[in-house]
Design a protein around this ligand. Structure first.
Ligand SMILES: [Zn+2]
Length: 174
């Protein structure tokens, strides 16, 4: 059993990652987190969306032989908010980098069409939706996060409130 404090802490960190992902991808990884926890596996999402500058830093590190595998800027699913690096957390709160649970997480992830990179880059899961990275490079999509998706709804509600307010004002004046 996990300490509730550890779960709360990881939930908060995961939310920061989920909020910056593409909205569709975000929902998938949010569900994956719940599914894994139901199986007794707590997942920490430690990297999600990366801008090109951040990607370049990681790529340069990788070229120097210092960091893990990193693609060239623009060539990573992370640059489009469509990938997450995750690690199972032990009950002690430590990250379980060589977790035996990765294949089980892969099975859960497949239900959402998420693809695991396998042991060569075990934390990395992508949401390709039948597209290739070359297609995204050619036509970079605008990333619509969950928050961005709410903006038209908020504007709509504001306009409606304004309209209702104005109608009531007219009636009150009479
Ligand atoms: Zn990754």
């Amino acid at each position: 059993m996990y300490n509730i404090q550890i779960i709360e802490n990881i939930k908060r960190r995961n939310k920061l990652i989920l909020d910056k992902l593409d909205a569709v991808t975000s929902t998938k990884f949010s569900n994956l987190y719940t599914d894994a926890l139901n199986m007794g596996i707590l997942l920490l999402y430690f990297s999600g969306y990366r801008d090109l500058e951040k990607q370049n830093q990681l790529y340069q590190k990788y070229l120097r032989g210092e960091g893990g595998i990193a693609a060239k800027p623009g060539y990573s699913w992370h640059n489009y908010g469509r990938a997450v690096d995750l690690v199972p957390v032990k009950e002690s709160g430590e990250n379980d980098w060589n977790s035996k649970f990765y294949p089980a997480i892969d099975i859960l992830a497949k239900r959402y069409g998420l693809k695991w990179m396998g042991w060569q880059d075990s934390p990395h899961f992508t949401d390709s939706r039948g597209e290739t990275i070359e297609q995204l490079i050619k036509n970079p999509p605008i990333i619509i996060t969950k928050t961005k998706r709410l903006i038209p709804i908020i504007i709509g509600i504001s306009l409606l409130a304004l309209f209702v307010g104005f109608e009531m004002y007219k009636r009150f004046k009479r």
